[in-house]
Ligand binder design. Structure first.
Ligand code: BJW
Length: 241
C-alpha cells in the first residue's frame, strides 16, 4: 500500500460477502443456479410464463432471509466501520438483495439489483416494504388491483437501479474495491473498467477465488470474506492504499 488515506471509495459487493452469513451464492458449485434454472426464475419472460413458480422461489428466499440466524458477518461490519471512519465518501453498491449491509452499519448504500424485503406493483408502480409471501392473487395495498405484485428485484434484461448515481460515483472515486462477486453479470462486471478509465482509481479485488475480471485489478486478495475484508479494512484505515 502506498499510504494514501483519503479520496472517495466505491465498493461493489456480491453474493460471496453474504455466504458466511448462511445465504447461497449463485454460480458456485452449490449455488442457486445449480438448483433452479435462471431463465425460469430470474427473467421477466419466466415470470410471465409461470408467475407462481417465481413467487415460490422468492417466497422461500424471503422466509430464509428473515430467520434469526441470518446475521451480518464480520465483512459487512468492517465496511460499516470503514464508512464511519474514512474521511471521504464510502459508497457500497451491492448486487445483493439481502439487508445485511444495513445491519453491518453501511448507510451510503445502493441495492442495484433490488431488495428482497420490498415488493412492487406492476400495475401502479408502488414499491413498499414486504415480509410476507406473495402469490398470483395478492392485491396491491396501494391500487387494490390483484395479480400485479412482484419482488422488487432486477431480473436479466431489466435495468439495474440508480445507474446514474453509480456512474457518477465511479467517475469520482480514488479507490474501487470489489468483494465476493464472480464478475459474470453486467453492468456490475464493467465497474472496474469504468473506475480505471474514468477516474484512474486504484482497484482491489477481495474474493474467494479470481473473478472473471481478476486481471484488471491492481491488487488482489483471496480468501473468505470474513477474514480478508476486516483485515483489508484494518490495513486501509491504518496505512492507506
Ligand atoms: C466468496 C465466498 C466467501 C463464495 N467469501 N467470496 C452478453 C454480454 C454482456 C452482457 C449481457 C449479454 N447478454 C445479456 C447481458 C446483460 C445481462 C448479463 O450480464 N448477462 C450475463 C450473464 C452475460 N445483464 C442484465 O441483464 C442486467 N441488466 C442490464 O444489463 O440492463 C441493460 C443495461 C445496459 C447498460 C447499462 C445498464 C443496464 C441485469 C442483471 C440482473 C441480475 N439479476 C440477478 C438476480 C437478482 C435477484 C436475485 O437475487 O434473485 O442478480 S442474477 C444474480 O447474479 C444476482 C446477482 O446479484 C448477480 C451477480 O452474482 P454474484 O453476486 O457475482 O454471485 P456469484 O455466485 O456469481 O459469485 C459469487 C462469488 O463469491 C464467487 O466468485 C465466489 O468465489 C465468491 N465467494 N464464497 C468471499 N465466503
Amino acid at each position: 500500500m502506498a499510504g494514501r488515506r483519503a479520496g472517495n471509495i466505491v465498493i461493489l459487493t456480491g453474493a460471496g460477502i453474504s455466504k458466511e452469513s448462511g445465504l447461497d451464492t449463485f454460480r458456485d458449485a452449490d449455488g442457486l443456479w445449480s438448483k433452479v434454472n435462471l431463465e425460469d426464475v430470474a427473467t421477466p419472460e419466466g415470470f410471465i410464463r409461470n408467475p407462481q413458480m417465481v413467487h415460490d422461489f422468492y417466497n422461500h428466499r424471503r422466509r430464509e432471509l428473515q430467520k434469526d440466524d441470518i446475521r451480518a458477518n464480520a465483512a459487512h461490519h468492517a465496511l460499516g466501520r470503514l464508512e464511519a471512519e474514512w474521511p471521504d465518501d464510502v459508497l457500497v453498491v451491492t448486487q445483493n438483495i439481502d439487508a445485511l449491509h444495513e445491519e453491518g452499519g453501511s448507510e451510503n448504500l445502493i441495492h442495484m439489483h433490488g431488495e428482497m424485503l420490498k415488493a412492487r406493483c406492476d400495475r401502479c408502480g408502488n414499491v413498499r416494504c414486504w415480509v410476507d409471501d406473495i402469490d398470483i392473487e395478492t392485491a396491491c395495498p396501494e391500487c387494490a388491483v390483484a395479480g400485479g405484485m412482484r419482488p422488487h428485484v432486477v431480473w436479466f434484461g431489466e435495468m439495474p437501479f440508480e445507474m446514474e448515481r453509480i456512474s457518477q460515483a465511479l467517475s469520482q472515486c480514488s479507490l474501487f474495491i470489489s468483494i465476493g462477486t464472480s464478475g459474470n453479470v453486467y453492468p456490475a462486471a464493467g465497474f472496474v473498467r469504468e473506475a480505471i478509465f474514468s477516474a484512474k482509481a486504484h482497484t482491489v479485488e477481495l474474493n474467494m477465488e479470481p473473478s472473471e475480471g481478476a486481471t484488471l485489478f491492481a491488487e488482489t486478495v483471496y480468501g473468505p470474506a470474513t477474514a480478508v475484508v476486516p483485515a483489508y479494512v484494518d490495513r486501509l484505515l491504518a496505512e492507506g492504499y
